[in-house]
Design a protein around this ligand. Structure first.
Ligand code: PGA
Length: 243
């Protein structure tokens, strides 16, 4: 695991954009997974800017969604799909056929997980996965206590996630479950990137990077991935101890 501390959120976003582009460039049909949430917004912007300046060709990329709320309308405010559509897929003219997303409104979540896993079997493993870090150490909706051998699955949301995630909605929302790629899927990604920004994440960053590997801090279970970089801005890195 490599840790890259960036002076600012803007620099972090730029470095991650360059990292993704460098890793996808030699590939014929890269499969990319980019998280939603607040943290990747700067990265989306970097990718949009490059695309608009004709310096980024993503016509051969495929995308897979990291996670989605279960039982909310797919394109409702706050949904992961809406955020990806607005920030990435529409501005970059990504063809729908190139994207695999979880249907959060499905009547049969097990079949839905199976469908996403079949996509991964056809086009995977993921070439580059960019994920964020929850305030409780989750990645995607792999909440504290999640079995690391799981692939796509339905997850009972942790109370911290339910509370923190209200920020994605204009009115308070009853959130109970999510549907998510599992840690086993993420661990198979050829390149894994964790991005974390801001003072409020400094404590969880310190725990995830310096405490014992544990199911209770899901992101620690990625630490032994062989091609893994953690990009932090200086605020998020604030409590790390010098090596
Ligand atoms: P955030 O979410 O980027 O909005 O902080 C990260 C996460 O919960 O995975």
């Amino acid at each position: 695991m490599e840790i890259s501390v960036c002076d600012s959120y803007k620099i972090l976003s730029k470095r991650v954009a360059i990292d993704i582009i460098q890793h996808t460039q030699p590939l014929e049909e890269p499969l990319v997974c980019i998280a939603t949430g607040e943290t990747p917004k700067g990265l989306y912007k970097e990718l949009r800017e490059r695309y608009n300046q004709n310096s980024l060709d993503i016509s051969n990329w495929r995308f897979i969604e990291l996670d989605e709320w279960l039982d909310l309308e797919n394109d409702c405010e706050g949904s992961c799909l809406r955020r990806l559509n607005q920030n990435l897929f529409k501005p970059l003219n990504v063809n729908e056929e190139k994207v695999c997303c979880f249907d959060g409104k499905t009547n049969n979540p097990d079949d839905e997980c199976q469908r996403v896993e079949s996509f991964l079997q056809s086009y995977g493993p993921i070439d580059v996965a960019v994920i964020g870090l929850g305030m409780n150490g989750h990645v995607g909706f792999n909440e504290p206590g999640t079995d690391p051998s799981l692939r796509s699955h339905v997850s009972e949301l942790d109370s911290v996630t339910k509370q923190v995630s209200q920020k994605y909605f204009s009115k308070s929302k009853q959130l109970s479950k999510g549907i998510t790629l599992g840690l086993a899927d993420l661990r198979e990604a050829k390149r894994l990137i964790l991005i974390v920004s801001g003072h409020k994440k400094a404590t969880i960053v310190q725990q995830v990077l310096e405490e014992k590997i544990s199911k209770n801090l899901p992101a620690t279970l990625l630490r032994d991935h062989l091609n893994f970089t953690v990009y932090l801005d200086s605020d998020a890195a604030n409590l790390l101890h010098p090596i």
